[in-house]
Design a protein. Structure first.
Length: 270
């Protein structure tokens, strides 16, 4: 009992300067007050009716569906990218890594314009696809591509960090026992970093779900086709503020749930 009490005190006590709590509380309030204002503004009496309107359901269904596909794509291409960044060594590696992470700091609308110039009818790649009748912009595929473009860096960073934390010791031991690189990857490395992969996937899904700028520039806003939930909020914010608030709260709840799941405390093995 005494040992448990000592552990509890160790978790509660801190050596932080007391004055540090003041700017920390100010930062928390700065982020919390706008969210509280949305909650206060919501029309709770008609909340369910606003969420079940045809336009809202179309936008929500499209957002969830495309975000799931985007997350799957991020896993397929993001895990190999992160593995290369964490394990490989070649000239220009840091430049390649920086380019992959550019969407983190790039305005989303710029990313959408870049995708349009790459895959549009007269784009760098799109002009080669046009003769075959393949047109990507302003389709559901464009929504998925825009979401993947902005969400991929989140998965890459999470998985790369997990790989660096895990180190190479277990893989090296498996290799000395005769395991091939492919076997080491599937039986040792990936299970070892599974929590990091899960966190990255949740963050990528949340980011894809909230994507706005790149989607608008590359996919447009066609109801039932490319109008995602963030676009629906933007379009009705003035004509139907109650719906905009209700849909915004849905996005906030989903975002908070994603962050909580991605950064939930993990039990440490003893």
């Amino acid at each position: 009992m005494a040992v448990r009490a000592d552990r509890t005190r160790a978790m509660v006590t801190t050596d932080l300067p007391r004055w540090l709590w003041i700017p920390a509380a100010a930062g928390f309030a700065f982020l919390l007050i706008p969210l509280a204002a949305l909650v206060a503004r919501a029309d709770w009496g008609g909340f369910w009716g606003l969420l079940t309107s045809e336009a809202a359901l179309d936008a929500l269904g499209l957002s969830v569906r495309t975000a799931l596909v985007s997350t799957a794509l991020c896993l397929v291409i993001g895990i190999p990218l992160a593995t290369v960044f964490a394990r490989a060594r070649f000239p220009g590696l840091q430049v390649v890594r920086a380019l992959v992470l550019v969407p983190l700091v790039l305005p989303p609308v710029v990313g959408g314009i870049a995708l349009l110039y790459a895959f549009g009818r007269r784009g760098l790649v799109g002009q080669a696809l046009t003769p075959f009748g393949v047109q990507i912009p302003f389709t559901e595929v464009a929504v998925v591509m825009a979401q993947t473009f902005v969400a991929l860096p989140f998965l890459v960073m999470s998985v790369e960090g997990a790989l660096r934390s895990a180190g190479t010791r277990y893989g090296a031991v498996a290799a000395t026992l005769g395991a091939s690189p492919v076997r080491v990857l599937w039986r040792v490395t990936l299970p070892l970093i599974a929590p990091g992969i899960l966190s990255g996937a949740i963050l990528s899904f949340s980011r894809a779900l909230g994507e706005f700028g790149a989607t608008l520039a590359f996919a447009g806003s066609l109801q039932g086709v490319t109008r995602t939930l963030p676009l629906q909020v933007y379009l009705v914010r003035e004509s139907d503020s109650a719906s905009a608030v209700a849909l915004s709260l849905v996005l906030i709840v989903l975002a908070v749930a994603g962050v909580v799941l991605a950064y939930r405390p993990r039990r440490v093995a003893t």
